[in-house]
Design a protein around this ligand. Structure first.
Ligand SMILES: Nc1ncnc2c1ncn2[C@@H]1O[C@H](COP(=O)(O)OP(=O)(O)OP(=O)(O)O)[C@@H](O)[C@H]1O
Ligand SMILES: [Mg+2]
Length: 232
């Protein structure tokens, strides 16, 4: 049984003539590592928002493990997302004024009154793994690459079964990009996590088990390591 099943999805905006996303059917299996490719404006971030339940499609269903997100009330959907999805958004959504460490711990702060010591240790291990050592400096004073790595670490704190990342290596140089790719793929293996990553990065796409390519909001390719086109 697929872990994610999309049916008859259509997303439109009032000022756009055609739907920005149209997917008759898409299934993702548990433990798959899926790259989402396509030119700018092809609907990749829209797809991320739909499958993570941040936006509702105009039509169709988004089912995770048999749960249809479109039928869940907002509060239940937010709770479901917090428990099941590690999300790295394209613009990071980090919390200004807080340090890297505190930003990584945020998902736990929403869940626990007193933070378990092992989660603090995990946050600290993740900081080491992403090689960010910026102490108490507020997150807005970090470089874009550092912020990106913190956003990835934060998504991993609660060991979610699914990680969805929108361009997780976009702001990173080769070394840091490789480091984040290794971290993501290690976790997929170690925790049998399902990974969906929007990317222009051939190094990342080449390491995934499946590549989806969008163009004008439609799925035009669904295959294994179809990275011959570079959209950067
Ligand atoms: N809130 C909105 N209102 C109107 N149009 C929108 C809105 N959000 C996205 N769009 C349009 O939907 C289309 C798909 O946008 P989306 O952000 O999903 O593209 P993308 O593939 O992620 O692009 P990029 O690679 O540049 O991040 C674009 O044409 C965009 O202008
Ligand atoms: Mg985008």
């Amino acid at each position: 049984m697929p872990i994610l099943e999309l049916k008859d999805i259509s997303v439109s905006y009032p000022n756009c003539d055609a739907p920005v996303l149209q997917l008759p059917r898409l299934q993702i299996g548990q433990g798959e590592a899926v790259a989402i490719l396509g030119p700018s404006g092809s609907g990749k971030t829209t797809l991320v928002s739909i499958i993570s339940g941040l936006e509702y499609p105009a039509t169709g269903s988004v089912c995770w493990d048999g749960i249809n997100l479109n039928t869940l009330p907002e509060a239940q959907k937010d709770q479901w997302r917090a428990e099941n999805i590690g999300l790295v958004m394209q613009d990071f959504h980090l919390y200004p004024g807080l340090s890297a460490f505190e930003n990584i711990l945020l998902p736990a702060r929403f869940r626990y009154w007193h933070l378990p010591r092992e989660l603090k240790r995990k946050a600290s291990d993740l900081l080491d793994r992403i090689d960010v050592h910026t102490g108490a400096r507020p997150i807005e004073k970090l470089s874009r690459g550092e912020m990106q790595r913190v956003a990835v670490a934060r998504a991993l704190l609660m060991s979610p079964p699914v990680l969805i990342a929108d361009e997780p290596t976009a702001s990173l140089d080769v070394t840091n990009g490789e480091q984040v790719i290794e971290l993501l793929l290690d976790l997929v293996k170690e925790q049998q996590m399902t990974l969906l990553a929007v990317t222009h990065d051939r190094r990342l796409a080449g390491r995934m088990t499946r590549c989806l390519t969008l163009e004008n909001g439609r799925l035009i390719k669904d295959g294994v390591n179809e990275t011959e086109r570079d959209f950067t």
